[in-house]
Every structure is written in structure tokens, then in C-alpha cells.
Design a protein around this ligand. Structure first.
Ligand code: DGL
Length: 270
């Protein structure tokens, strides 16, 4: 593998484009190849067994294309399948949980850290484990927030409905007196404004909101720098999905924070 090879990124669907967005900002010279498993999204409500099977299919497809590194953009896959992928692939594999947990620990002063994520991520215990590996005194308070994924997919990222849903999910975390909150799901950065607004409305003190996508891009930059794998020149993005390539553009543009003009979307089968 060479520095010129692309970085593979995959997710259960389009949400991982929030991670691609952060990577493109941090590393504009890299070639990125993104696979969104739009045929089988969501993963967050599925069993660990099924998530492992789906993750293996996505990772193998990207690995066949000759990537220099794999980023698992999906929190649920990172929570459940990272050890398996690290054993099975012969390129470095970076997930989003470790970077999110480390950024959460760096942000908390009171050592009371909140995490919102899919039911699969919460059930795996991956965030509390990742936090415990870097800080023995930080307590983690988790909350599964399954309704936030369909809300974001519907484009309901402001107004009364997301406000009410976010309030309900955050209530026990604010009652636990957290001072930092990790957004442990690809979709949640699109609700960051509502989440910031609701914690400000209910918490007696400021709460730092930590985006695991941005934290992952920062660690990726460090990793490819350390390994001498950074590319120079103009970067690029190639997109692949397992279903609905024609309906991809609008939703993808919201996650990516940029238009898809000039990009082609390939339909693939796993
Ligand atoms: N990509 C998933 C995650 O970050 C959210 C969507 C899903 O449930 O597949 O956990």
C-alpha cells in the first residue's frame, strides 16, 4: 500500500458522510472512497451477530479496492465489530468510539460524561470501556436515543418535534449532572444545535457537546502522519451505495454539508 492509495470509509448508510465531511476538512488532499450500506440501514437496532456479518461484507469490499486505511464511520459497527475487523484486515482500522471517548474525557471537568447513541452501541458497552481505558475516574452515563436517526433522515433537525424528543432523551443525563456529552452516532451532528440548545435550557451549568466525527478526523490525521501515509495534491471522493443511488443526492448532501455535483454514485452489491 502507498500514501497515494485511498482511505476507505464505511457506514450503515449515509450518516457516515458526517465523518467524511470532518475528514475532508482535516485532510483535503486525501482520496476517499465511501461505502454506505443503504440497502440494510439501520444497523443500530440489530443484533451483534448481524452487525458483525454486515460489517465484514462492507470492509471486505473496500479492502479489495486497495485502500491504505479503513475508517469505520458507524458508531454501532465500531462498538461491535472493530476487534474482528482489525484481525481480519491487513490495513490499519480506525473506529469512531475511541476518538469520541478520548475527546469526551478531555472535555469533562467533573468526570461525569454523558453519551447518546443507538441501542446497539449502548448495549455493547463500548463507550464506557473506551473511557475506562483512558480515565479510571470518569463515570459514563449512557442513553439510547433511537428516534434521533429517523428524525435526521426525515430532515427534522429543528423545531418542536426534535426539541421534545431530545429533551426526553437528555433528561436522565442532565439529572445525572453530566458536564460533557458525546454524540455517539453518525446522525447526531445534524442535531448538534438542538442538543446544545436543550442542554443549555435544562442544565444548571454549561455542558460541552463532543462530536465523535470531528474527534475521529483529528486522530486520523495523527495516525497517517505518524505512519508517513499522508498524501499531497488534490483530494477526491468516490461514493458507493448498496441501494437507491438515484435518491441519494439530497440526503447525502445534508450529511456531507456540500453538494454532490460532479460526484458519481455507484450502486454495488455486497
Ligand atoms: N450509523 C449508525 C451509528 O452511527 C446510525 C444509523 C444506524 O442505526 O445504522 O451508530
Amino acid at each position: 500500500m502507498t500514501a497515494d492509495d485511498p482511505i476507505g470509509v464505511f457506514d450503515s448508510g449515509l450518516g457516515g458522510l458526517t465523518v467524511v465531511r470532518a475528514i475532508r476538512e482535516a485532510l483535503p488532499s486525501e482520496r476517499l472512497v465511501y461505502l454506505g450500506d443503504t440497502a440494510r440501514v439501520p444497523y443500530g437496532t440489530r443484533s451483534a451477530h448481524t452487525i458483525l456479518r454486515y460489517a465484514r461484507g462492507c470492509a471486505r469490499h473496500l479492502a479489495r479496492d486497495g485502500i491504505k486505511l479503513l475508517v469505520v464511520a458507524c458508531n454501532t459497527v465500531s462498538a461491535v465489530a472493530l476487534p474482528m475487523l482489525r484481525v481480519e484486515l491487513d490495513v490499519p482500522v480506525l473506529g469512531v468510539i475511541g476518538p469520541g471517548a478520548r475527546a469526551g474525557v478531555a472535555a469533562t471537568r467533573s468526570h461525569r460524561l454523558g453519551v447518546i447513541a443507538t441501542p446497539g452501541t449502548v448495549a455493547s458497552g463500548a463507550y464506557p470501556r473506551a473511557v475506562a481505558s483512558v480515565s479510571s475516574r470518569t463515570e459514563v452515563f449512557q442513553r439510547a436515543a433511537p428516534l434521533l436517526v429517523p428524525l435526521v433522515e426525515e430532515g427534522w433537525t429543528d423545531g418542536e418535534v426534535p426539541r421534545l424528543v431530545v429533551d426526553r432523551y437528555l433528561e436522565p443525563l442532565i439529572a445525572a449532572d453530566i458536564d460533557s456529552l458525546v454524540l455517539g452516532c453518525t446522525h447526531y451532528p445534524l442535531l448538534a444545535d438542538v442538543i446544545r440548545d436543550r442542554v443549555a435550557a435544562h442544565s444548571p451549568h454549561p455542558v460541552t457537546v463532543v462530536d465523535s466525527a470531528a474527534a475521529t478526523a483529528t486522530e486520523l490525521e495523527e495516525l497517517i502522519g505518524e505512519r508517513g501515509m499522508a498524501r499531497t495534491g488534490e483530494g477526491s471522493l468516490r461514493l458507493m451505495v448498496t441501494d437507491r443511488p438515484d435518491q441519494f443526492a439530497d440526503e447525502a448532501a445534508r450529511f456531507l454539508g456540500a453538494s454532490l455535483e460532479g460526484l458519481t454514485v455507484e450502486a454495488i452489491d455486497l
